[in-house]
Design a protein around this ligand. Structure first.
Ligand code: PMV
Length: 324
């Protein structure tokens, strides 16, 4: 039975939404307390709809359609958050159904898990008629992210909940800043799932077994993030591009890139990009490239698609990221 069509609505309907994110610089080193820059990704969205419906709680999403009690482990973060929120309201876990529609490709480094959690938290608070503070939103989203990723820096939840570009340092107050850069960002999707949890664990092992080199790479990524901030503030796209490529080389050495990502990064550079790198956890997922104008961005996007990218998006940096 399709709950979306056949449900008996007796408690109204609530909707929560959220957008994706793209990490410009600083993934992985951000887990070690170093700065990172991430931008909201408005082209891809999640919409969670909560329906009043008699009986056990049902969920309809990318990974599962059926009772919440039968949900697979892959959505354990979300399941635990739903249970936790309902429990915190002293309500029973019954008589509603959750439907999640998303255009954020899952497990591609675009913040799908955090966005799904945030849209669902918003929907649930609305459904039960409770006020949601930003602190509570972050608390629940980070609880889900911990279950999904193990040791998240919190950058995804921070950017997605605020929908603002952030210069992010774990545990420090959020620092939004304005983009002042005449450049275009291209996002290329390998079409393959990234493996953020494995990648974060791989970096941890690398740093443990190669302490000297590991420390050096993390510190290099810190320097690159600081210089990237400076290059954005001084409207220097060439410098930002060079820094992005430098970051990619280090991420590759840390073992979080793969042949597919490296091929798309090389293709973007050969097609005139100012710089290119993987974005997010890596080991699959997405890459990004920087172009000085729209025409070059279009060329790079086309080359990426011709080389096997499943999808691309283009946006002027500082504007909302939109579909190409
Ligand atoms: O793959 P994503 O979109 O979840 O991004 C992960 C970013 C990392 O720095 C690799 C991990 C983290 O928790 O910040």
């Amino acid at each position: 039975m399709d709950n979306k069509i056949n449900c008996k609505i007796d408690n109204g309907i609530s909707v929560g939404t959220a957008i994706g994110k793209v990490i410009l610089i600083g993934e992985h080193s951000v887990v070690y307390g170093k700065p990172a820059i991430a931008v909201p990704f408005h082209a891809a969205k999640v919409k969670t709809t909560i329906y009043g419906r008699k009986g056990p709680v049902g969920i309809d999403c990318f990974y599962h359609k059926g009772p919440l009690t039968d949900a697979p482990r892959v959505i354990d973060g979300l399941t635990q958050v739903i249970k936790g929120i309902v429990h915190s309201f002293s309500e029973e876990l019954e008589d509603f159904s959750i439907s999640i529609e998303s255009t954020i490709p899952p497990e591609r480094g675009m913040g799908s898990s955090a966005a799904v959690a945030i849209a669902t938290i918003r929907g649930l608070y609305d459904f039960f008629g409770r006020m949601l503070t930003h602190e509570e939103l972050l608390k629940w989203a980070n609880m889900s992210e911990k279950i999904v990723h193990g040791n998240p820096s919190g950058i995804d939840a921070a950017v997605i909940s605020r929908e603002k570009t952030l210069f992010y340092i774990k545990g420090e107050p959020f620092m939004p800043f304005e983009f002042n850069l005449n450049a275009y960002l291209i996002v290329g999707d390998t079409g393959r799932k990234g493996k953020t949890k494995d990648a974060v664990e791989g970096v941890r092992k690398y740093v443990e077994t190669n302490p000297r080199k590991g420390k050096y790479y993390i510190e290099e990524l810190e320097r690159i993030a600081m210089e990237a901030k400076d290059s954005i503030e001084s409207n220097d796209p060439e410098r930002l591009g060079r820094l992005m490529t430098e970051a990619h080389i280090i991420l590759d050495r840390l073992g979080v890139s793969d042949d597919g990502l490296n091929a798309l990064v090389s293709k973007a550079l050969d097609s005139g990009a100012l710089g290119a790198k993987l974005t997010g956890g890596g080991k699959g997922g997405c890459m990004i490239a920087l172009a000085s104008n729209k025409e070059e961005a279009d060329n790079i996007s086309k080359s990426l698609l011709d080389s096997g990218a499943k999808n691309t998006w283009i946006s002027r940096l500082g504007d909302d990221l939109v579909d190409k």
